[in-house]
Design a protein around this ligand. Structure first.
Ligand SMILES: [Zn+2]
Length: 157
């Protein structure tokens, strides 16, 4: 059996658990309040399990970057990569997205790192997705969407 040594730099582990400021915490509470209760509760459970894991909590703290989105904002995002510069980020027009419902049936997640940067690491989001799906089987993860377009920050019910 052959063994392969992976090349690459050795990254010194960051030992500090990233911490949200009180303003950031208030924003999180406000965003989560926009979510359909079952989605909000799945997120709260997944977050608690993540923060209870000694390895995951050092990797980054999950944050909700967006929950409810009004149809005008959805149209703006739809224009991106079509009539406006930037990559395509959505296939839904204003009013069509699960983010446009009230309460919102979707939320987008990223990870706050210890250095204050925000990460959309596919690996970390897939780990968080496992906790979300375990919390509530009705949760669908954008990383499981069929076809080419994977929306890994996205969760919906
Ligand atoms: Zn989304």
């Amino acid at each position: 059996m052959e063994t392969t040594r992976l090349p690459g730099p050795v990254v010194a582990p960051v030992r500090a658990v990233p911490k949200l400021s009180s303003v950031q915490q208030r924003i999180q509470v406000a965003r989560l309040a926009q979510a359909e209760p079952s989605l909000g509760s799945a997120y709260a459970q997944a977050l608690a399990r993540w923060m209870g894991d000694p390895v995951l909590r050092l990797a980054g703290v999950p944050i909700v970057t967006e929950c409810y989105r009004n149809p005008a904002r959805q149209e703006e995002l739809y224009a991106q990569g079509r009539t406006k510069p930037g990559p395509i980020v959505t296939y839904k027009r204003g009013g069509e997205s699960t983010h446009n419902r009230w309460p919102s049936r979707a939320l987008d997640v990223a990870l706050l790192l210890a250095d204050g940067e925000v990460s959309w690491s596919g690996l970390l989001l897939s780990k968080f997705a496992r906790l979300m799906k375990a919390a509530d089987a009705r949760v669908h993860w954008g990383g499981d969407f069929p076809g080419e377009f994977k929306d890994r920050p996205h969760f919906e019910v």
